[in-house]
Structure formats: C-alpha cells, structure tokens
Design a protein around this ligand. Structure first.
Ligand code: UDP
Length: 568
C-alpha cells in the first residue's frame, strides 16, 4: 500500500518535472496546434518513470520494452507536431514500434493472432483519443475516467505489477493535465501525447490480460465515436423543446439560443464518462442495489448539468452580425423576409449584374472545403442563406447564432407571392421533364405569376443544349431564375450564367420543384421543426445515403473549428 502511494507521489513529481523540462526545451519551437502551451508526451513519460521507481519495475525487461515503445511513439508524434510529417509516413513506423514493444511486454507465449489483436486495439484506442482531441480537453477526461475505474479495479485482488504501474502513471498524468486545463490554460499534448497515452491505455488491459479491463476500454471507442452524433442529436431534440430553432419570433429574432460553454461541456462529458465507467464497475463487482441508486443520482445531476449547459437564454443585446463565417464561407444572418427585401432592392437598381443566392446546406460547406473551385463560386455569390438545419445548429455551437433557417422550398413560394405583386418575370430551370411545369402550375394557383421560361434540368454540362438554355435565358431577361439542378451543378450553372446576363437574381433551389409539384412529399411539420427533414428525404430517396455519409465530416469539421478557436 505504501508502495502504491509512493508510486502515485513519484509519478506526480516526475510528470511535473518532465513537463517543465519539456516546456523549456520546446519553448522557442512553433507548433500549429491551436492556442496553448506544448506539453507533448512529456508529462506521460515522466509519470511512467516516477510510477515505476518504488517497486523497481523499471528494471524488468517487459517494462523496459513498453517504456521504450512509449518513448519511440512520443518521438514519432513529436515529428508530426513539429514538422507536420504525414500520418501515412508515420503509420508503418508506429506499427513496427507497437508490435515490437508489446511483443516484448506481453508474457509468453504470444501468438501472431494475439499480436494482431493487440495492434488493432492500440491503434483503435489511439484513434479514438485523436478524435476526442477535437473537443477541448476531452482526451484528458477520457484518460482520467477510464484509468480511475481501472485503478479501483486494480485495488482489489492481485494484478500484474506492470499494468498497475502504467495505469497509475496514466491516472496521475491525465489528472494533472485536467487540473491544469481547469485553470483556463490549455496544455497541447499534440500527436506526441496522444500516441504515448494511447499506448499506455491500451497496454493496461492487454498486459493485465483481463477481459474486464477490455470492457472498460470499450466504453472509450464507442463513446468517442458516438459523442459528436449524440451531441448533435441532443441539441436538435433539445431545440425542439423550448427553442423555436426554425421559427424566428415575430420580431425576427430567436428568443433562445443553445450554445455550449467550454468548461461546462468538458465537465458534462466527464460526468457522463464517469457514469458509464461507474456502471461498468457496478456490473463487475456485482454491486448491491445501493450502488445502482447512487449511479441513478449521478445521472440525475448530470441531466441537470445538461440543462444548464445547453439551454442558455440569449441575453446578448449586441447587434447581430450581418454575416457569420462558417468553415471559410460567409453566411448571411437573415430571415426569409429579409432575403425578399434584398432581392427587391437589387432588382430596383439598374445594371447591377446578376445576383447569385446560394441556399446552403452543410454538405455544400464540406464540398467547399474540399474543392477550391466550388468554394470560389460560393464566395463570389452575393448571398449565402442557411437552408439546412445543420448550419443553424453549427452557428449556435460556434457562438454566432443565426436567426433561423431559410428553407429553399418556402423561399420559392414567398418569392412568387412578391413576384405577382411587383411584376417580376420568373424562369424555372431544373428537375425531371415536366416537373418544373407542374411546380409552376401549383405556384400559379395561389398567385398570378409571370413565367418567361421553363426548362427541365437533364442536359449535360458544356453541351450545345446547355448553350441553348443559357442563350434562351439571356433573351428572356427574367428577374428571378430558379435553378433546381442540385448541388453543385446549379452553382456551376449560375456561375456560368454571369457571362450571359447582367440582370436578375438566380437562386439555386435544389429539390424544391419536386416538393412543390408534390412529386415528393415534404416532411411533416414536426420533422421540419426538429431539423430532421433530411431524415425524411433519406427515407424517400435511400440513394442519398452515400451523400449523407458526409454529414459526420461536417460535424467533425465544426468541432475542429471550435477546437482551434476556443473563444468561438
Ligand atoms: N436535377 C436536374 N438535373 C440533373 C440532376 C438533378 O435537374 O442533372 C434535379 C433533380 O431532378 C432534382 C434536383 O435537381 O429535382 C435536386 O437534386 P438533388 O435532390 O440531387 O439535390 P439537392 O436537393 O440535394 O441539392
């Protein structure tokens, strides 16, 4: 017992000494890791050394093999942090180090299959830590909660001294880093720290050879992978109760905004991970009912924490920005009536050129990040309005809330109403043959509109057919052109249209004609309000599934943006 306490104390002391030394060594080196002080793997390596001193574990060859592997991985991670060496280059080396280190650290006999399983386990845990690093101090939370549960597990019965030592080191280093970040500072562990800590965490369960510990380890991958989706779903569901996310109040402003405060998010996630690990322990020790009751209380308090974390009355009275930036694209903070007013003003001006309005969804922002040409078309557009619920969610999350959605379908109807009053000429382009006609017919049942052209959207780019449509548009001189060719084609088309006409407003409206013509039903109102209209479309058109797989990329990019801009 005294050895264990000594082991904890020494690991704390050594972690701090190594950390201080590492900070000094790397003081003048630039690291592109966001704001904070570079800590790398120094605290972890120091903690390993400190924890191994009392029991003289450091002398044993398996422990030396493990420590050598952790050190080598830390160096590889440092190369990544400092010189941006690609993961592709690092991966083969990581594999060699992990296999060699763990092969020597595990007790014999070790089969090829076991080595392969260990390799996958280490890589999986490291990947999860890497993903979690997108959200604030999440890796420290994960490491601290898991190693704490493992620590409790180790405190009963007899266990591998090497696994116990590594776990003690992990526990102290992660708690020190967590406490440091609680002071408002940020320790940047970078890939170096993540690689070393990933190896340590994975090694504890593998060296101990305990299925129960693997079970604890499983919470991490599953929670980390699920975290962004759990977060976005809870936000969307929460927005349904209380927040009129997609229904701006009459004043044109939302009364509530849901946003995350950094510290609270970290604490909240920590409690959730703790609950999970607590549950794991209860199951393991065959706990009496009292234990489950305590867990229930913990869950209740986390729920209260959730409410105060996510529900925040929007008391800021500072004037709302006209545009907000999201992943490098400027989005207009407008409600539908403001879009119509802008269009009206634009059309009243003479020779103002073609106005391009993009009705943006999250996938368009992802594409803009991947394709420079598409990004420049988005950036040149006179207006980018938030069509998708994902964008409104992200705007809340990033601390620059938008007033609400500007759904493309509703915009088409509203523009038509104004067109009939103001005598605007409309051109409908896109959709399958006959669909644009049907949509125009449905719209003209409500109001009298002046249609100067209708064309379907099934023609090839850069074809004589497209040329003919462009010329037709030029001679028809419409005031409003609805272009329903889907993203990104409609934006390419409108960009090209600039060379043919110098008047009017062109709006990319995606699948709106299908909905207006009632070829496709629109999602029920409750789904629209919940921001899950996309789910309804997926149900109707399962072929959209592959495209939707990009939604997680959007969520991760938003999380990464938040990580790199802590003040957001
Ligand atoms: N569309 C078109 N020409 C094409 C491809 C698509 O006119 O070459 C039409 C399609 O019929 C649909 C609309 O574009 O009405 C939007 O397509 P999609 O649902 O793929 O795009 P999104 O709404 O996701 O932007």
């Amino acid at each position: 017992m005294t050895d264990q306490i000594l082991s904890i104390l020494l690991s704390v002391v050594f972690a701090l000494i190594f950390w201080a030394a590492g900070t000094l060594l790397t003081r003048s080196q630039p690291f592109a890791l966001g704001r904070g002080r570079y800590a790398g793997a120094f605290p972890f390596l120091g903690a390993i050394l400190g924890a191994s001193l009392p029991e003289k574990v450091f002398n044993s060859p398996p422990f030396m093999a493990f420590a050598g592997a952790a050190f080598a991985l830390a160096i590889l991670g440092y190369l990544r942090d400092r010189y941006r060496v690609s993961y592709n280059t690092l991966l083969p080396w990581c594999i060699i180090i992990i296999v060699a280190g763990m092969f020597s650290a595990l007790s014999a006999p070790v089969s090829i299959f076991r080595i392969f399983a260990v390799l996958v386990w280490v890589l999986l845990i490291t990947l999860c830590l890497k993903i979690s690093a997108l959200v604030y101090e999440m890796p420290f939370i994960l490491l601290a909660t898991t190693s704490l549960s493992q620590f409790i597990f180790f405190s009963t019965g007899t266990h591998s001294i090497i696994a116990t030592t590594i776990n003690t080191a992990l526990l102290t280093a992660s708690i020190i880093l967590l406490l440091f970040s609680a002071t408002g500072n940020r320790a940047l562990t970078g890939s170096s720290g993540i690689f070393a800590a990933g190896l340590m965490l994975a090694a504890v369960s593998q060296i101990e050879g305990s299925g129960n510990l693997l079970f604890f380890g499983l919470f991490i991958p599953s929670m980390v992978i699920l975290f962004p989706f759990a977060l976005i779903s809870t936000l969307i569901i929460a927005s349904y109760f209380g927040n009129r996310l997609h229904r701006p109040e009459r004043s044109g402003e939302r009364q509530w905004s849901w946003s995350l405060q950094r510290e609270k998010t970290v604490v909240f996630s920590g409690i959730i991970f703790l609950c999970l690990n607590f549950f794991g322990l209860l199951v393991l020790v065959d706990s009496p009912a009292f234990g489950y009751f305590a867990l229930f209380l913990l869950l209740l308090s986390s729920l209260a924490g959730f409410v105060t974390t996510f529900a925040r009355r929007n008391i800021s009275r500072s004037p709302a920005p006209l545009k907000i930036e999201m992943l490098g694209i400027f989005i207009d903070a407008v409600i539908p009536t403001q879009v119509i007013d802008t269009i009206a003003n634009y059309l009243n001006r003479k020779n103002s050129g073609l106005m391009h309005i993009v009705t943006a969804v999250s996938l368009a922002l992802v594409r803009a990040g991947e394709e420079d040409r598409f990004k420049s078309v988005m950036c040149r557009a006179e207006m980018v309005v938030p069509d998708g619920a994902g964008i409104v969610w992200a705007s809340d999350f990033l601390g620059t809330p938008l007033p609400g959605r500007v759904p493309g379908v509703a915009l088409v109807s509203q523009i038509c109403e104004h067109a009939s009053r103001n005598g605007w000429k409309l051109f409908f382009l896109g959709g399958k043959p006959g669909i644009a006609e049907q949509a125009a017919q449905t719209l003209s049942q409500n109001c009298k509109i002046d249609i100067c052209g209708i064309e379907h959207g099934y023609f090839s780019s850069d074809s004589p057919e497209e040329e003919a449509i462009l010329k037709k548009l030029a001679s028809a001189r419409p005031d409003i052109i609805f272009v329903a060719l889907g993203v990104p084609r409609q934006e390419w088309f409108i960009a090209k249209l600039r060379g043919y006409i110098d008047h009017g407003v062109a709006i990319g409206v995606g699948g709106s004609f299908d909905v207006i013509s009632q070829t496709l039903p629109r999602a029920p109102v409750w789904m629209q309000q919940c921001g899950i209209e996309w789910l309804f479309r997926l149900w109707l058109e399962p072929s959209r599934f592959m495209r939707m797989m990009k939604i997680p990329v959007f969520v991760l990019q938003v999380l990464r943006h938040k990580w790199n801009n802590p003040e957001a």
